[in-house]
Design a protein around this ligand. Structure first.
Ligand code: ADP
Length: 507
């Protein structure tokens, strides 16, 4: 196996189900790559372990090769071989695990949504730790993410420290408490965890039933550091309404639980170098932005009659969390207000997908409205660059990246005040906020009237004084949404935890 080069800084290993751009479903993939790159830039040694999915974007993996050795890992009472691949993604060393298991866990044509997801990812969590053990890795931090790799925390303390993989502190980040991966308790045994020990109310037992276990709860209990992706969301999930059953656990462990706002990958999301764009542009040259708007209109066969007609963009997974009813309302309200609306989104929820297909069809040849119902990275870049405004009316939003990307591309956000949106979008008309921080339009109540009002205020600002709008756009484009400050916070958390471990060993 490949040994880790020595480094002065910390040795951090992420174990995750996603990594952008090779295996990305949503924000999790962006965070794993963005945070890792920022940590690496500061001299820390970062490695990443992900499953080797059949549906990965292999053209983004450099120097991909299979190692000669095979790692055997335990599952369902047997040992299974795993082929280990290594490669470089975005300059980061990555291990890809390919299980030689008859269920072909990562050979399904999709990342999630399989009936045996619990098995697939508990298997992967165990195989990842086995890889670290057999490779003789001595990381300072093992950082796992979401329910899919939450198993790493109890597996590490209950099984792997005794085997000799014992140098690390465990950090767990929950990117969305909506998804906790709960299942029948007996399933936990497959990856070697002790069900009778863990299916207890103070450990992994789910609040809903004595017979169900909750991997996210397990990771909260068993990790040294627990984070989520914005300070406001960290507060929200500690309440009965926001915590999805975990608020009591999160309050019990509040000392190690903190919200750190995600950054965005400012290399990947840079309008001055973005090769997906018709014309690159920056805050000094907003003409380039106009050209992108004209190009998108042409490409989507929207009316080009009025170059100043405001264009509202929306790029999202169409799931209830994102406020689909408010997105639908915003489409019609934008039309009434005389704007144009472009939605790029797709839904894993069949009735929502069908509903939006109906709306898309209705507006098929409409000069002002276009719905594109698929996942399309290239088109997403063009929409950010072309939009004057960008709407994110989420019911809840752990962090949200699209508001930050939108601002970097000169689209002014219209957002609901929740979670990470509340930590990054500040209303232009809110006198309690210092002028220099005001960057968009916000609303509090998740109903049509409130969303509509925010949209109207945005239109009225845009039309009243185009010069002040342009100043707002330029100010927003200069905001630092890079990982710099968030990475510093993570490093501080890591270092404190490592120092605490050292101190307790000496005592
Ligand atoms: P979530 O992780 O809940 O989906 P985030 O705002 O954290 O939401 O991250 C969404 C990311 O996925 C952004 O980078 C956004 O541009 C991208 N995205 C969402 N839907 C699409 C789509 N249909 N096509 C292309 N990119 C999309």
């Amino acid at each position: 196996l490949i040994s880790s080069p020595t480094s002065q800084g910390l040795h951090i290993i992420h174990i995750a189900a996603e990594m952008a751009p090779v295996a990305k479903v949503g924000g999790l993939g962006d965070v794993v790559s963005g945070l890792s790159k920022a940590l690496q830039k500061r001299g820390h040694l970062v490695e990443i372990v992900i499953p080797k999915y059949d549906c990965m974007q292999y053209d983004h993996v450099r120097d991909l090769r299979a190692l000669d050795v095979v790692v055997e890992s335990y599952f369902d009472g047997q040992l299974f071989k795993n082929k280990i691949w290594v490669g470089i993604v975005e300059g980061l060393p990555v291990y890809l695990i390919e299980p030689q298991h008859p269920a072909k866990f990562f050979w399904r044509g999709q990342f999630y949504g399989e009936r045996d997801d619990f098995k697939r990812f508990s298997y992967f969590s165990r195989a990842a730790l086995e890889l670290l053990l057999q490779a003789g890795k001595k990381p300072d931090i093992i950082h796992c993410h979401d329910w899919q790799t939450a198993f790493v925390a109890p597996l590490y303390w209950d099984i792997y420290t005794a085997k000799g993989l014992n140098s690390a502190r465990i950090c767990f980040t929950c990117h969305n408490f909506e998804y906790q991966g709960t299942t029948h308790a007996s399933e936990l045994a497959s990856c070697g965890l002790d069900v009778s020990q863990l299916n207890r109310p103070d450990r992994m037992q789910d609040h809903s039933s004595h017979e169900r276990v909750n991997p996210v709860k397990g990771a909260v209990v068993f990790s040294n550091i627990v984070t989520t992706v914005s300070p406001t969301y960290a507060q929200e999930v500690r309440t009965a309404e926001g915590g999805r059953g975990l608020h009591k656990t999160l309050n019990a462990y509040s000392k190690k639980f903190i919200g750190v706002l995600n950054g965005i990958d400012t290399d990947a999301w840079d309008p001055s170098t973005d090769s997906y764009l018709k014309v690159q542009f920056n805050f000094d040259d907003l003409l380039g932005k106009r050209e992108n708007k004209a190009d998108l209109r042409k490409h989507l066969k929207l009316s080009s009659a009025d170059p100043m007609q405001p264009l509202v963009g929306c790029i999202t997974r169409l799931v209830p969390q994102k406020g689909v009813h408010l997105i639908r309302h915003a489409i019609y309200r934008t039309m009434e207000l005389g704007g144009q609306f472009v939605l790029l989104g797709s839904s894993p929820v069949e009735h929502i997908q069908r509903e939006f297909e109906g709306i898309a069809k209705h507006f098929e040849n409409h000069p002002q409205i276009r719905l594109i119902l698929k996942y399309d990275e290239a088109l997403s870049h063009s929409i950010y660059a072309a939009s004057d405004m960008f709407i994110i009316p989420s019911v809840f939003e752990p962090c949200g990246l699209t508001q930050m990307i939108a601002m970097r591309y000169g689209a002014v956000p219209i957002a609901r005040k929740t979670g990470g949106l509340n930590d990054s979008v500040f209303d232009v008309d809110d006198d309690t906020i210092p002028l220099q921080f005001r960057n968009g339009f916000t609303f509090l109540t998740p109903d049509e009237q409130s969303a509509g009002n925010a949209l109207e205020r945005a239109f009225s600002h845009y039309r009243k004084n185009i010069e002040s709008w342009q100043q707002l756009v330029q100010r927003n484009m200069k905001i630092d949404f890079s990982w710099d400050s968030s990475a510093s916070q993570y490093i501080e958390l890591y270092e404190k935890s490592v120092a605490r471990a050292k101190a307790s060993k000496m005592a």
